[in-house]
Design a binder for this molecule. Structure first.
Ligand code: FES
Ligand code: FES
Length: 138
């Protein structure tokens, strides 16, 4: 099936199998920042923004995103958060970091309080940082 979607502002028209997951399509297209962890919609490391809202890309079929806009951590608008994460030592092994930055970008626009940031981060698991430096970075 042929679908078209915008990823970080770039239009892609691709042929996909109906069963292909969005996470695998994104990685096949070169967006390797999007990680696969649990593959069962639990860990959150596959998180991307779909039409501005965070989704777990292992939990969506690529064909469901026909016509959508996807944002990953490679997007230029993430740069100030990338700098802030570095400054606050908000990454250790780095496996969750792309997803954390993506959620952080969303929370910067939507969260009004520190509690909302904490709640918003709960969808992505981090085994290393203890979350405090990530919260400070945001
Ligand atoms: S890979 Fe774990 S939630 Fe998608
Ligand atoms: S930095 Fe290692 S899992 Fe988050």
């Amino acid at each position: 099936m042929k679908i078209s979607l915008k990823i970080n502002g770039v239009l892609h028209e691709v042929e996909v199998e109906p069963r292909k997951l969005l996470v695998h399509l994104l990685r096949d297209l070169g967006y390797k920042s999007v990680k696969v962890g649990c593959d069962t919609a639990t860990c959150g490391v596959c998180t991307v923004l779909l039409n501005g809202r965070p989704v777990k890309s292992c939990n969506l079929l690529a064909v469901q995103t026909d016509g959508a806009e996807i944002m990953t951590v490679e997007h230029n608008e993430m740069e100030s958060l990338r700098v802030s994460f570095k400054k606050h030592h908000a990454s250790q092994c780095g496996y969750c970091t792309s997803a954390m930055l993506t959620i952080a970008y969303y929370l910067k626009k939507t969260a009004k309080t520190r509690e909302e940031i904490v709640e918003g981060l709960s969808g992505v698991l981090c085994r290393c940082t203890g979350y405090q430096n990530i919260i400070e970075a945001i």
